[in-house]
Design a protein around this ligand. Structure first.
Ligand SMILES: CC(C)(COP(=O)(O)OP(=O)(O)OC[C@H]1O[C@@H](n2cnc3c(N)ncnc32)[C@H](O)[C@@H]1OP(=O)(O)O)[C@@H](O)C(=O)NCCC(=O)NCCS
Length: 188
């Protein structure tokens, strides 16, 4: 077991995979599950009902509240903000918190706000400072407030090149078609 937890972190969960590093002033509550090979930078917070996959990066200032699921290989940039209650009131807890899912390989830019209940699709890229108000399709590049699809990225995060209204080409030559906010690989 080669995980590293800095002596100035308050980590209450036992469910942490190998090779995960947790830095100064991180707070992780007892119910949280954290996979292998993750990096939780200083000043991160993980609440109880949170599941984090493998090789996930949380940059400083990221708080993951109850109801958030983070799949493998996700990057969450500094001070990205999540919410889990659409109509908050002090001292009133909702019956259930919203479920937010960040699918495999997605990246969230610095300072983005992700409203509760959305799913961010696999390998999507969220621009810095975006406000994400609805689901983001896999491999979509979104930015702005409210965040809109402005392009598509491949699994490595490289922007695809637009060929016409619907056709996009990945850096490695693969051709894709985008219709109704869905990207599909073209064969042949
Ligand atoms: C969104 C992003 C991926 C670039 O997207 P892009 O479509 O390639 O954007 P471009 O650089 O080609 O700029 C195109 C336009 O979008 C604007 N733009 C770029 N990033 C933007 C953002 N995050 N939000 C709003 N507008 C943005 C540019 O100003 C430009 O506007 P203009 O056409 O009016 O001149 C990038 O700017 C970004 O935000 N990356 C995340 C960085 C980050 O947070 N990293 C975290 C670890 S440090």
């Amino acid at each position: 077991m080669s995980r590293f937890i800095h002596s100035l972190a308050d980590v209450q969960t036992e469910q942490i995979g190998d090779d995960t590093r947790i830095w100064q002033f991180a707070v992780v509550l007892a119910g949280a599950q954290i996979g292998s090979g993750c990096n939780l930078n200083c000043h991160t917070f993980v609440e109880n009902d949170v599941v984090i996959g493998d090789r996930v990066t949380l940059k400083s200032g990221v708080c993951l509240w109850d109801g958030i699921r983070v799949e493998d290989d996700v990057f969450i940039g500094p001070n990205a903000t999540f919410t889990n209650d659409p109509t908050p009131r002090s001292k009133q807890r909702p019956e259930a918190f919203q479920r937010t899912i960040i699918q495999k390989g997605a990246s969230i830019g610095a300072g983005a706000v992700i409203l509760g209940g959305v799913t961010i699709g696999a390998y999507a890229l969220i621009g810095a400072g975006s406000v994400v108000t609805k689901n983001v399709p896999p491999q979509a590049l979104v930015r702005g407030n409210p965040a809109r699809i402005v392009g598509w990225v491949d699994e490595s995060g490289h922007k695809m090149q637009r060929l016409d209204d619907h056709r996009w080409q990945a850096e490695d030559g693969r051709m894709c078609a985008a219709h109704n906010e869905t990207l599909t690989l073209e064969h042949g």
